[in-house]
Design a protein around this ligand. Structure first.
Ligand code: NAD
Length: 256
């Protein structure tokens, strides 16, 4: 039922975004990729699944870039049916040492970008009579950790934004939900594993074990494939009345 639809996945040249893009492509969904770094590898991986794939390198911290990205999707793909707001960055520091420009970047990329893509995508979804907006929040949209004030503020904001837009669209065929992963072993988290290994004087494996043991009771990383499967479910007809939820996939993190 998703075959031939178009998904824009922001921040999909790596990690979770790429995993979600591949899962949607396996269902026959055309994909607009976005993100920094190597785009050709991800583009080839998605194209190998037999769907149409595009790429736009918009910097998601810039509203003008986002407008260009949405115009590109409209022009080349006839608009976005599935919007996955996934681009995100992290910075770890106590609040008194937190660089103000890092705060601004985290709020812009992890939160405000979802406002800009949503406001531009929604009219086309309403006109076409179907749409799915999925915001990749985090366990940090539901609970906090020390030294992540900007990230926690942005992700709590994203969960709140999700609920508000879900209410505005509640009687329409567009659903809006958030997904809340716990630890996923992507480049974003590997940096924190490296910092932990350096701080504790342990190797990579032990640093991963300690990171998990502190927060994630399953002691297993969530995978991009699992997040992709959850996204496909939220796009299905079975999920048509799932609205405004913040759906955790966190190995028990927020059950504690
Ligand atoms: P990642 O670093 O592997 O990927 C981030 C993606 O965002 C990359 O494609 C990168 O190029 C892109 N990006 C970064 N800044 C951008 C910008 N200004 N404009 C456009 N693209 C930009 O990270 P990830 O772990 O896959 O994270 C993806 C999302 O999942 C983020 O929103 C993150 O907060 C969230 N998340 C991650 C975890 C985890 O444990 N890894 C847990 C919960 C939530």
């Amino acid at each position: 039922m998703l075959k031939g639809k178009t998904a824009l996945v922001t921040g999909s040249t790596s990690g979770i975004g790429l995993g979600i893009a591949l899962s949607l492509a396996r269902e026959g969904v055309n994909i607009v990729l976005n993100g920094f770094g190597d785009a050709e590898g991800p583009r080839a991986e998605v194209a190998a699944l037999g769907v149409k794939v595009g790429y736009h390198g918009a910097d998601m911290s810039r509203a003008a870039d986002i407008a260009e990205l949405m115009a590109y999707a409209e022009r080349e793909f006839g608009g976005v049916d599935i919007l996955v707001n996934n681009a995100g960055i992290q910075h770890v520091a106590p609040v008194q040492d937190f660089p103000p420009e890092r705060w601004d970047a985290i709020i812009a990329i992890n939160l405000s970008s979802a406002f800009h893509t949503t406001r531009l995508a929604l009219p086309t979804m309403q006109k076409k009579g179907w749409g799915r907006i999925i915001n990749v929040a985090s366990v940090h949209g539901l609970v906090a950790s020390a030294q992540k004030s900007a990230y926690v503020a942005a992700k709590h904001g994203l969960v709140g934004f999700t609920k508000s837009v879900a209410l505005e669209t509640a009687t329409s065929p567009v659903t809006v939900n958030a997904i809340c992963p716990g630890w996923v072993l992507t480049p974003l988290v590997q940096k924190q594993v490296d910092a932990r290994a350096a701080a504790d004087g342990v190797d990579n494996e032990e640093a991963k074990r300690r990171l998990l043991a502190e927060k994630q009771p399953s002691l297993q990383f969530t995978t991009p494939e699992q997040l992709g499967a959850l996204t496909v479910f939220l796009c299905s007809e079975a999920a048509a009345n799932v609205r405004g939820q913040a759906w955790s996939l966190d190995g028990g993190w927020t059950a504690q």
